[in-house]
Design a protein around this ligand. Structure first.
Ligand code: FMN
Length: 222
C-alpha cells in the first residue's frame, strides 16, 4: 500500500437538491466503508468555462486547474449523471471534455445514472461508458441505474428505498476494492476480479464453438 486509497465522486447535476448528487454520496459512502478516503466534487464550485477545444483554458483558468488538481490523484472515480433528453448532462460532459488522460487513464470508474422516469438513465450510462473507454479508464461492468428518483430519496438526501441504497453501497465497495487492486496489484488478481464482475445468465453455459475438422457451430464439450 502507498497511502490511503483516494476516490472522488462527480455528480453531473448542478441542481440544488440534486438526486444524482445524493446517489453519488451513497456510492462514496460504500467506498469509505471499504476503507477509501472519499471526496465529493461539486461542479458548481469551479466556475467552469465551456470547453473550446483549444487546450488553452487548462493553462490559466483557476477553477479548471483546481478541478484537475482534485481529480488527478484519485485512484477511483464515481461519475453520476441524470438522464437529460436520453443522454448525459451537458455539465458533466463539459467537465469531462475539460479533463483528459491525466485524470482518467488507468483509473477505475464507477457509473451511476438517475432518472425521473422508469429508464434509470440507461442511455446516459452507455454514453459515459464510451467516454470512459475513450479516456482509457477501467469502467466497472456493473453500474447503478436509479429510475423513479423522486420516490427513492427524501428531501434531505436520505435513500428511502433500501434496495437502491444496498446497490449504490455495493457499487462503492466494488469501486474501492477494484481500485485498490489496480493500484497495489498483483495485476492478475485485478484481472481475475474483473472477470468475476456482474453475472450474465446468458453466458452461464458450457457451450463451446466447434472448430475442429472444418465443422462450424456450437456443441457442449464431451
Ligand atoms: C433537460 C432535462 C432533460 C431530462 N430528460 C429526461 C429524460 O430523457 N428521461 C427521464 O427519465 N428524465 C429526464 N429528465 C428528468 C431527470 O432525469 C430527473 O429530474 C433527474 O432526477 C435529474 O437529476 P437531479 O435530481 O440530479 O437534478 C430530464 C430533466 C431535465 C432538466
Amino acid at each position: 500500500m502507498t497511502g490511503p486509497l483516494s476516490i472522488v465522486g462527480i455528480p453531473g447535476s448542478l441542481r440544488e437538491g440534486s438526486r444524482t448528487r445524493m446517489a453519488v454520496e451513497v456510492v462514496l459512502r460504500g467506498a469509505a466503508e471499504a476503507g477509501a478516503a472519499t471526496q465529493l466534487i461539486d461542479l458548481r464550485e469551479y466556475d467552469l468555462p465551456l470547453c473550446d477545444g483549444s487546450g488553452e483554458l487548462a493553462r490559466y483558468h483557476a477553477g479548471l486547474l483546481e478541478l484537475r488538481k482534485q481529480v488527478a490523484p484519485a485512484q477511483g472515480i464515481v461519475l453520476g449523471t441524470p438522464e437529460y433528453h436520453g443522454s448525459v448532462s451537458g455539465a458533466l460532459k463539459n467537465a469531462l471534455d475539460l479533463m483528459g488522460f491525466p485524470e482518467f487513464e488507468g483509473k477505475v470508474v464507477a457509473l451511476v445514472g438517475v432518472s425521473e422516469g422508469p429508464g434509470g438513465a440507461r442511455h446516459a450510462l452507455e454514453v459515459l461508458r464510451h467516454v470512459g473507454r475513450a479516456l482509457h479508464a477501467w469502467v466497472l461492468p456493473r453500474a447503478s441505474a436509479v429510475p423513479g428518483a423522486a420516490t427513492v430519496f427524501d428531501a434531505t438526501g436520505r435513500v428511502i428505498d433500501a434496495g437502491v441504497e444496498a446497490d449504490l453501497l455495493a457499487l462503492g465497495r466494488e469501486l474501492a476494492q477494484s481500485a485498490a487492486l489496480r493500484r497495489d496489484g498483483p495485476p492478475e488478481e485485478f484481472l481475475r476480479r474483473w472477470e468475476r464482475q456482474v453475472s450474465n445468465p446468458g453466458a452461464d453455459n458450457d457451450v463451446r464453438p466447434i472448430t475442429r475438422g472444418g465443422a462450424s457451430g456450437y456443441a457442449r464439450p464431451s
